[in-house]
Design a protein around this ligand. Sequence first.
Ligand code: AMP
Length: 409
Amino acid sequence: MTFEELELDDALCHAVAEMGYETPTSIQELVIPHAMDGRDILASAPTGTGKTAAFLLPACQFLLDYPRKQPGATRILVLTPTRELALQVFEQAKAITKHTNLVCGVITGGINYGTDKETLSQNLDILVATPGRLLEHIEKETADCRDIECLILDEADRMLDMGFSTVVNQIATEARWRKQNLLFSATLEGAGVRNFANDILNNPEVVEANPSRKEKNKIHQWYHLADDLAHKQALLVHILKEQVTTAVVFVKTRERLQMLKDFLASKEVPVCWLQGEMPQDKRNAALARFKSGDVPILLATDVAARGIDVPDVSHVINFDMPRKADVYVHRIGRTGRAGAKGTAISLVEAHDFEMVAKAARYMDEPLKARVIAELRPKNKTPKIGPRKKKVKAKDKTKARSKAKVKKRK
Ligand code: AMP
C-alpha cells in the first residue's frame, strides 16, 4: 500500500516522501483509514512502529478537509508523557505540515513561560503538550481547550505510570466539545489503560500493531551471563569498544547511572547521559551531542529515555534488566526502527533470569545466550525452561507404579 492509496492530501504525501517514508508501516495502514472516518481509536503500538505519523497524518488530513473559518484556539491536541517525546512529536508535525499552512506548537514543562505565551498567542492548529504544563495554563486561563476537535493521547500507558491520569481527565473535560479521540499505548494490557480508555474514548476501533515477520525480526536479541557486577562492567566495556557504533545503555537507577558513567570514563569510553530531574537545557544538550554522533553512547534510566527518537541506534544494551516485560519492549524499540537492523543485548546475572524468560515470552521469541571468549562466565546458565506441563492422570499412575517397582528392587 502507498500513502496516496490512503487518500491523503498531496501536500502530506509530498512531505512524507521528503521525510524518507516510502510506504506506510502496518500501524499506519491500520489506523489511518478508521481515523479518517472519524472513529475513535484505541491502538497498541510501541515506539518505533511509526505510531506518531499514524495519528498525525489523519489529524492533518482532517484540518485540511475542514479548514478553519476564523482565527481561534487549538483544534488538535496531542498529549505526551515526557518533554522529549513532546518535542519529537512537534518536530514530526512540523515536517508533515511543511507544505500546508497549518500551524503547530509545543508547550512543556521546563521551558520558560514567555515562550509558551508566544506559542499560545498564535492560531494553533495542532498543539503538542505535556499534561502538567497545559493544565497550569488552563487554570490560569492562558490556554483554551474548548475548540479542541480531536484529542490524541500518546504513550497513554506511560502517562498512567507517571501519575497523569487525573490531569489528563481534567484536560479531557476541558476539551469536552471534541469529536474524536485517539489513544496510543505500548500495550493495552492491564486494567489501568482499559479504564482510562473507557473514560476517554467513544466506541473505539481497537487496533493492534501486529508487525509483520520482517518488521519483527529486524531486532537481534541476545544476552550475556555475568557472574557479578565487575564481570558485567567488563562485558560492557568490551561490547562498547568492539561491537558498537551507537548505543543506548539502560540502567535501573540514577545512582547506578552515576557509578557507570564514572567507571566508563575511567576506561576511556566517552558517554553522554540522560536522567530524570536534569535541567531541560542539559537534557537537550546531551541528546544533541548523541544525535549528532558527537558522543555515540548514551546512558539513560527508563524515565529519562522514555519516548526519545534517536534514529539509527545500532545497539540497545540493558546493563540492568527492567522490572517489567513491557519496559523491555520499549527499551529495545530504540533500535531497529523503520526498516533498520538493530541489536538488543542484555547483561544478566542469575537473579535476572526470570525477567529474561518473561521478555522472551512477551516478544514470542527466545533470547539466545552469547559468550565472549575472554570473558566467559564461571557460573552456569540457570535453568528456566518451559513452564511445567500438566501431567495427565494416566501418566501420573504410570509414574507411581514405576516408582513402586524401583522401590521393591
Ligand atoms: P515512531 O514509532 O512514531 O516513534 O516512529 C519511529 C521512526 O520511524 C521515526 O524515526 C519515524 O520518523 C520513522 N517512520 C515513521 N513512519 C515511517 C514510514 N512509513 N516509513 C519509514 N519510516 C517511518
